[in-house]
Structures are given as structure tokens and as C-alpha cells.
Write a protein that binds this ligand. Structure first.
Ligand SMILES: C[C@@H](O)[C@H](N)C(=O)O
Ligand SMILES: C[C@@H](O)[C@H](N)C(=O)O
Lengths: 164, 164
């Protein structure tokens, strides 16, 4: 499978919420997201890496900037109910992604993306991958620079597209 | 956009590695993954949620079971070089995913998946989402049960497919 990174996309209309020190037992993720979906808030990325500390997990997710305050309130209430820890949020983020086919079978594509962001001194706050897309959350002020360096790194000519 | 969850897939040939307490500065993700891709190890999921502690981040990723030992050795060496913390690994995991279109615009799909795993008392160790797929890492012994409850929850008739 030849790797074809066909484009770079970005989304500035996003914000991040992280709920920390969640008891790592069945049912907690459902408890966090049920009130979010009941409120009709559309969630883009949901990320849980396995955490280092025994028995506790962090859950991060992204919502449109307009829903940030409401989602923060919901999650702070839930955190108390389920005995989790502090809730952190950051509305000043953007997501930049490279899209293409066959990326999963090539470990080098993600490394190339991380390398090019690092050379531009852009800090990566969140990472999420799928077969057709690798996304990094960065400081919103770095969006244009990130899109340009990714464009160059992958030799793309076309104008980057903003995600819908 | 109507949500159409069209299938459930699973992958038992996977293992998880987490490197904790990484200095959250530009360049660290590139330092972790360069030797992995140089060794030709194919990485499936890469997950970085934003961590709670100031200035430190955890990075988790999955590799085929056959590459687990080698990847653990590489990452333990890197962790020392970049001043990160302990490395945790778990080769006894599986990934279960629901696939479909239009999922991103419906917050309820992920919640429904988490709810059905929780009712079967299956603990979710990692979560990663994209527009067409929501993946959960679970204990490998729960794979068949997870596939069955997800099948039922989303009213799917077809046999689940194993990921290639
Ligand atoms: C943290 C959360 O994912 C928990 N492990 C659950 O299964 O719901
Ligand atoms: C943790 C790691 O992602 C770091 N923030 C980087 O940009 O490389």
C-alpha cells in the first residue's frame, strides 16, 4: 500500500476539556458523556490514553468553541458525582490533521508529522490517529505556521482546507 | 447527516505501550517515534490526551503483539534519554471499533458504545475516535463479549469482521 498523504486540514473552531483522576472502572466513560450528548453538544475527538497511575484515568475530548463553557460546567458537575479529580479546559486550541490512505501501515508518516511540527517549535497538546488521518491539537496561534510546515513536509501543492 | 453505524470490527493482534511523564515541550513526540519507525515497527493507534499535571504528558500507542517486546525496549531507552518517567505495557489487549458515517455529528453514538460496554462490565482502557470509527481498547479476554454487545446495541445483523 503506497502512502499518499493527500492533504492538510485544520479546525480552529474547537476547544479541549480534560477530566482527570477518573476511577478506571466500567461505566465511567458512559457517565461522563451521557449528559454531554443529552445536552446535544457535538463531540469531535474523544481521547483516553492509558494513564500511568494505578486505577485512575484521564479523559479528554473536544467540542466547538461555542459549547466550551456549557460542557465545562457539565463535566465539573459529573466529576464531583463520580469522584474524579480536577477538570482542565482550553478554548484556545486548533486541530491540524494530515489525511491520506495507507498511513496505518507506515510508521514513518506520523513521525514525519511530529518532526515537522517540532522543527517549527510547535508544541503538540493532543494526538489522535486513524487509518486515514493523523490529528494534532496545538495552540490556535500556531495554526497557519503548522499548516504551512506540514504542507512543505509532505510536498503538497493544494491550498489547505478548513474542516467543516 | 443520518448516522449509519454499519459494522463492528476487532483486532486482537495488538498491544499497548505508554510512556509517562514526558516533558511537554516541542520535539518529544518526534523523539519517541523516530526509533520506532526506524525499526520498521508499524504503529496503529497513537494517543496523547492532555495530561493533568503541569508540564508533563503521557503518550500511548499500539503495535502488533509480535513487536511488543522490541518496542518496549526502544521506548524504555528513549524514556531515559529524554528524562521521561516509567514505561507501562500490556500485550493482553484487543481493540473493538464501531464503524459508520456521520458519527462525528452525533454525540450519542459514542455514549451508546460506552454504555453498552459498561453494561457488560467491560472496562475501557483507551479510546480514540475519528469521523468514521470509534475504537476502544479493552482486555483481550472480553473481545467476543464486547463484539456481541456492540452488535446488539447497534442492531447489526452481519458477522463482525476481524481487522486485517
Ligand atoms: C475511564 C473509563 O474509560 C473507564 N475505564 C470506563 O470503562 O468507563
Ligand atoms: C508530549 C509531546 O507531544 C510534546 N508536547 C511534543 O510536542 O512533542
Amino acid at each position: 500500500e503506497k502512502v499518499v498523504v493527500s492533504g492538510v486540514t485544520y479546525d480552529k473552531n474547537t476547544s479541549r476539556i480534560t477530566i482527570t483522576e477518573i476511577p478506571d472502572i466500567p461505566g465511567m466513560a458512559a457517565k461522563v458523556f451521557t449528559p454531554i450528548s443529552d445536552a446535544g453538544i457535538v463531540v469531535d475527538m474523544i481521547i483516553q490514553g492509558s494513564s500511568g497511575e494505578k486505577g485512575l484515568a484521564n479523559l479528554s475530548f473536544t467540542v466547538p468553541k461555542a459549547d466550551f463553557e456549557e460542557a465545562m460546567k457539565i463535566v465539573e458537575k459529573i466529576s464531583k458525582e463520580i469522584g474524579a479529580g480536577p477538570v482542565h479546559g482550553d478554548p484556545n486550541i486548533a486541530k491540524v490533521s494530515i489525511v491520506g490512505v495507507g498511513m496505518r501501515h507506515h510508521a514513518g508518516v506520523a513521525t514525519k508529522m511530529f518532526n515537522s511540527l517540532s522543527q517549527a517549535n510547535i508544541n503538540i497538546m493532543m494526538i489522535s490517529t486513524s487509518e486515514i488521518k493523523i490529528s494534532c491539537v496545538i495552540d490556535e496561534r500556531c495554526t497557519e505556521l503548522a499548516v504551512r510546515v506540514l504542507h512543505d513536509a509532505f510536498g503538497l501543492d493544494k491550498e489547505p482546507e478548513e474542516e467543516g
